[in-house]
Design a protein around this ligand. Sequence first.
Ligand code: NDP
Ligand code: GDR
Length: 373
Amino acid sequence: MKTALITGVTGQDGSYLAEYLLSKGYMVHGIIRRSSSFNTKRIDHIYQDPHEEDRRFILHHGDSTDSTNLISIMKEVEPDEVYNLAAQSHVKVSFETPEYTAETVALGTLKILEAIRLLGLEKKTKFYQASTSELYGKVQEIPQTEKTPFYPRSPYAAAKLYAYWITINYREAYNIHASNGILFNHESPRRGETFVTRKITRAATRILVGKQKKVYLGNLSAKRDWGYAPDYIEAMWLILQQEEPDDYVIATGETHSVREFCEESFKNLGINIKWQGEGVQEKGIIDSLDKDRVEELLGDIETPLKIGDVVVEVDPSYFRPTEVDLLVGDPTKAKEKLNWQPKVKFKELVKIMIENDLSLALKENQRNEWIKE
Ligand code: NDP
Ligand code: GDR
């Protein structure tokens, strides 16, 4: 039985990866942070009680900033594969917490690589680094490939640049099977609610059922190559199954703006929005409502929405000091060498997220009705 260790197991990707590796028969260890409120919502369904026999999912308390803790976990587990997903992963927040972001993202990666080296696990343990399309930052070339020059535009991206290169350095210096997956944005119903896609799908569905009036967003013109997280998890695993370590772009090859993501989200709910005004004055306004579609989705519940309602507004406090305007990846190498291809593209992704969040919004609505009674 192969053993894997996942840092960041409570996050979007960590939770899907844990499920995926368990389904492949792995013994899976994950590192979680102690927190005063529960942070295990995404992995509760696969949790195994420590008293269960034949347990294959084991959690350890730890933190990327604590090297002795990481060394002792690595010593105990001696994993065949390490997936380093732990990070302060929010780009905007990294401008507010640049030092902590560098501690977790840059030095956290170094600490794991050092643990592999110090414990003499160079030949046994394969290492996956969660690298990112944020490395490309300011547009140098379209689409972005493994050869496109990097130009990081945030403390987060600069820290990931260190992590990218230290991974390659440990591969070359110590012969560790260490690889970078340069993953473009990937989303899902488990995406954190402050990332733009999930913020939009949560808001659009809550707006439809009358739980929220509008959503405030930042830069509507930013363009991203959005894929589906479970597809990208498979790529992580494939990268570590290769004979030789290497670095790969994982992307869909399509790009869409935040504005388009809004339009498509509302469209799924039978609402067409039009844009009025420019820059910080720009607003998303309901242009038409498909009554049959709304009824199909809501049944007896009535939506308070009407034509002319403003549902999207720009709030400059969400602007970033330096922005990444356009990302679109070229996944040709992954296709040729890993035989990997994304299955879910933009429209299907939005549909999956809207369906999930509509059911959450309806539950929220039911709960409130019940409290009123
Ligand atoms: P999330 O923000 O959902 O999850 C991050 C995980 O890291 C959580 O488990 C979090 O724990 C943990 N973590 C944060 N700080 C620490 C710390 N100091 N010590 C230990 N654990 C910590 O991110 P995603 O799942 O979306 O992304 C996974 C990785 O992939 C990240 O490294 C991210 O930067 C990178 N990435 C993500 C992309 C995406 O589009 N999703 C694209 C490219 C790269 P807790 O739950 O307690 O907060
Ligand atoms: P990103 O994702 O910065 O690409 O990083 P995010 O969803 O935060 O932003 C995408 C784009 O949308 C614009 N935007 C907003 N963003 C947020 N969060 N909130 C808003 O209200 C809003 N309005 C507009 C942003 O300016 C940006 O241009 C994600 C993270 O998962 C990283 O960890 C990962 O490395 C990259 O994706 C690839």
